[in-house]
Design a protein around this ligand. Structure first.
Ligand SMILES: Nc1ncnc2c1ncn2[C@@H]1O[C@H](COP(=O)(O)OP(=O)(O)OP(=O)(O)O)[C@@H](O)[C@H]1O
Ligand SMILES: [Mg+2]
Length: 356
């Protein structure tokens, strides 16, 4: 993508020099002749770089720079100030008003091109804006995922446990008001109450289990994953082959939870959608990534006509991207579905600190 540069200089000859130095490099160039024009154009264009002359009648470059920095959405736009050679006082004021770099007049064209290239190649400004945008997006999705989780828990508490407990209370009251019933009947009714209470206990356990994977703290990641796979296999009658690198216990705790949750959802999806007769799970540590692959031999993903409205894949993607990772879900070449979650083991994570 071509970078947009706004050149601000009151002197027509200087503008021409800058224009002819940069035009062949393939930038979109825009000109402003004074501070007022510069502010208007900066807001309109959101340029990748502003080349700003200091000495201008009316509003000087320092003031333009300060105002740009105070404008919503332009706080981070790179600004190179054009100052007289070795004018240290101006440079100091330039730094204070928010300039990123300086170029001296008369221009050394090679230096000018090199500075401009460095800044536009990094494209720091737009990368930053995009990152902010996607962070905001992710935060919103997390909030709504949390909201859905709460609604699910509240539904479960209300519809399932609430109903069961209400029925139990009624049964206990009925028993109280009928103390003369024969012993055999009493035994039967107590037995029924016992079973209902047991059911409530199981549901509470399952709810708590869904909220936090207790297996993880009790068994560590490798065994927790194995245990989940074997439970899945016995419920779904889909055998699961599993292969896990030993080093995974050293991954940070956050990675354990992410990997465990991704595996849970991936297997649930296999049971729900795949119509598979086998599944394979592999968690391996490559040089700089932990990679979880969950594969099945079922019908593969539906051809993308209808838009899926589930939140499973969205949730997995969000969890994985929390640590800068990627989630890929695709149909296999020979049928089935392959899900792969790749989590970076980049420098600075606690994983590397622990290892060094
Ligand atoms: N292993 C699989 N085999 C076939 N199709 C799959 C598989 N995994 C996912 N899909 C498809 O991808 C869609 C999206 O999955 P996702 O987990 O996001 O939603 P869901 O399972 O339908 O609902 P939810 O997870 O919210 O209960 C599914 O509806 C299904 O069509
Ligand atoms: Mg799902």
């Amino acid at each position: 993508m071509k970078s947009t540069i706004l050149i601000v200089d009151d002197n027509a000859a200087s503008r021409d020099t800058l224009e002819s130095a940069l035009i062949e490099q393939g930038y979109h160039l825009h000109m402003a002749e004074n501070g007022q024009q510069a502010l208007i154009q900066a807001e309109e264009l959101h340029p990748d770089l502003i080349l700003l002359d200091v000495m201008m009648p009316g509003m000087d470059g320092f003031e333009v720079c300060r105002r740009i920095r105070a404008t919503n959405g332009l706080e981070e736009v790179p600004i190179i100030m054009i100052t007289a050679l070795d004018d240290n006082a101006s440079r100091l004021e330039g730094i204070e008003s928010g300039a990123d770099d300086f170029i001296s007049k008369p221009f050394d064209l090679q230096e000018l091109r090199a500075r401009v290239r460095t800044i536009t190649r990094l494209n720091r400004y737009h990368t930053l804006l995009e990152q902010r945008e996607s962070l905001r997006d992710m935060a919103q999705r997390l909030v709504s995922a949390e909201e859905e989780e709460r609604m699910r828990i509240s539904r479960e508490l209300h519809d399932e446990l609430g109903q069961l407990l209400a029925a139990e209370l009624m049964d206990i009251r009925n028993l109280q008001s009928d103390l003369t019933i024969p012993e055999v009947d009493l035994f039967e009714r107590l037995e029924k109450l016992h079973n209902q209470t047991y059911e409530v206990m199981i549901k509470i356990r399952r709810l708590a289990h869904d909220l936090r994977p207790p297996l993880l703290s009790a068994l560590g990641l490798k065994m927790a994953l194995q245990s989940h796979c074997s439970k899945f296999a016995s419920h779904s009658h889909i055998p699961v082959s599993i292969e896990i690198d030993d080093g995974v216990e050293e991954l940070p705790d956050m990675y354990h939870i992410i990997l465990y949750r991704v595996l849970q959802e991936a297997l649930t999806n296999i049971a729900k959608h795949a119509n598979a007769s086998r599944a394979w799970v592999e968690l391996s540590l490559e040089d700089d990534h932990a990679i979880l692959t969950v594969q099945d031999n079922g019908r593969g993903l539906p051809d993308g006509k209808e838009k899926p409205n589930g939140i499973g894949v969205v949730g997995m993607t969000e969890r994985v991207s929390l640590v800068g990772g990627n989630l890929d879900l695709r149909s296999g070449k020979n049928g089935g579905t392959i899900l792969s979650a790749s989590l970076p083991l980049k420098l600075g994570t606690s994983y590397n600190r622990e290892k060094s």
